[in-house]
Design a protein. Structure first.
Length: 180
């Protein structure tokens, strides 16, 4: 006859671990800013850039909660076709997804085929470039320089960059992308 099957001890009930809360960004721990970035993004999207949106930005910008950064691609001499340069910007923006809540910017493809560059400005939460940006795979391919928006020349560059046209752009704007 068959040996009796041993009774299997009932598996100890494993304690269900409560799902860990998503780690908060260091940026969420900063004091509440006076300017709400999403309000700026909506205003920028729904109004003419110059003068309407830019006037709103200068009136509401909170330099204790946000900072401006000039962003330039380090390897412009390797860029060829403008549409490929614009695709490179799109890929970079895809990798910046974690920063969407904390950043806004425009990167422009300036120039023409076989003589173009990537140039632009970003607004980021906080006074440093946050890890949500620095963790992006190709962050190191760009130089990020703190920009003094109170300087008239810098302010004019920011306005022209966000409008994708104007006399302060280093070259004619072929196309660009807005990160919002």
């Amino acid at each position: 006859p068959k040996p009796k099957a041993e009774k299997k001890p009932e598996a100890e009930e494993e304690e269900e671990e409560a799902p860990q809360p998503k780690p908060k960004s260091k940026l969420d721990l900063l004091p509440k800013p006076k300017m709400i970035l999403d309000e700026w993004k909506r205003f920028y999207s729904n109004n003419d850039t110059k003068p309407t949106a830019m006037n709103w930005l200068w009136e509401h910008f909170d330099d204790e909660g946000y900072s401006f950064w000039k962003v330039e691609y380090k390897y412009n001499d390797e860029l060829t076709k403008c549409f490929m340069t614009n695709n490179l910007i799109s890929g970079f923006f895809n990798r910046l997804e974690r920063a969407r809540k904390y950043a806004f910017g425009n990167l422009l493809t300036l120039g023409e085929d076989d003589n173009n560059m990537i140039w632009g400005y970003f607004i980021v939460r906080g006074l440093e470039v946050p890890e949500e940006v620095t963790d992006a795979a190709d962050y190191e391919s760009f130089s990020w320089t703190h920009a003094d928006y109170k300087d008239p020349k810098t302010r004019a560059e920011i306005e022209d960059c966000f409008a994708w046209e104007g006399p302060t752009l280093p070259r004619v704007c072929y196309d660009g992308k807005t990160f919002k």
